[in-house]
Design a protein around this ligand. Sequence first.
Ligand code: URP
Ligand code: ZN
Ligand code: ZN
Ligand code: ZN
Length: 472
Amino acid sequence: MTRILISGGTVVSATGATPADVLLDREQVAALLAPGAGEAFTVDETVDASGCYVVPGGVDVHTHMQMPFGGTEASDTFETGTRAAAWGGTTTIVDFVVQRTGEVVEEALAAWHAKAEGNCAVDYGFHMILGGVDENSLAAMDRLVEHEGITSFKLFMAYPGVFYSDDGQVLRAMQKARANGATVMMHAENGIAIDVLVQQAVARGDTDPVFHGITRPEAMESEATHRAIRLAEVAGDTPLYIVHLSASRALEEIARARSEGRNVFAETCPQYLYLTLEDHLGAGGPGSFEGAKYACSTPLRSKHENHARDLWRGLRTDDLAVVSTDHCPFCFKDQKQLGRGDFSKIPNGMGGVEHRMDLVHQGVADGHLSLARWVETCSTTPARMFGMYPRKGVLAPGSDADVVVYDPAARSRISAATHHMNLDYSAFEGFELSGGVRTVFSRGTKILDRGTFTGRPGHGRYVRRGLSQYLR
Ligand code: URP
Ligand code: ZN
Ligand code: ZN
Ligand code: ZN
């Protein structure tokens, strides 16, 4: 197909909703037209979007396909994970390359390119995890920004002995990023203190999955968030993006920094908006291993503390700018079991790349968020934040024709029996959804339509990203 008209729908953007026809020409959006005006064009196909929203494809800037972690490897490959993304209306992912202490950054990058190339159903970019900040990796940051389209680097204040950076390493990486324009993404949890709590819990015999959450208290997230903000300030106001923010007081730190005018941003993820320490990580009660399905870091928070309410508010006020998934799936039967009898050995992570657009749209249906904010937090802002706009994140002439036709009247129920992730359970099992993806275009190619996947591995291309468009 070269020319496609999507007619009769309501185009939703970050600034509002308006009835319009959308004309696609090969890989790009050619025009937004007054309703009915598309009839004047000769096209190869007309897609009837009556009653539907027409939105820019979702941009999920936090995924871990086939990441080696926790003694195993995330269960979705780039092939299965990007196909599942397509099913959920996500047409761009940004995944994390992993560099460990002593490893050569460019070699790690080459290894991730080899995993992804030829396998992705949708477009993909990379961030770089710096697991070992030293002279070599610091120097590599400049080269990645300049030559490789990698403009964001994730550091960890958590996971001592794995990905952990001390404050001095964090500061040096932030100084480097301030100079080359990159964004520092931070896993903000005090890993040194958490490790003490973990060892004490295991020594006491408190080994159930719920102790994964109890030993990672929200105070250790808000403390680390505060520290990251002040280190970024000292580094000269380095753009700082806090990943997987889960807790009210961490959000307060973001709000304070933003009201000071700092380059501080944050994302949350659907699991923190819907799931809790008691009902999910503590599922089944004492002695049960069911909660292992919900072990991720930062952990799910207590339902008695209104975190989810505050996170929805943060999404409304823009203190939370982005919803990503932190998609890091591990099967229950053969991977989560590594932590049976010792919660500290449960591979950390949850799968969700398929359901982000639906679960945030559910927030619209439930009255937490406007339609425009749905598109802004799931597509437009992630594209701008990570240097892909206006190619991604917007339907405008010249943008990539990544388009989702979304039916707000559709009804469905999330289940592992019907999802498309390579994962033997769903953290959102049984969730009822108002709304659903009907048709998905990736660069003008129809890759999903009314329950049939029509894409292919290798259609997705690597996206070289520019600098964040939120710099001041
Ligand atoms: O539990 C999580 N979040 N696993 C993925 C790695 C990370 O910290 O994002
Ligand atoms: Zn993390
Ligand atoms: Zn992650
Ligand atoms: Zn498995």
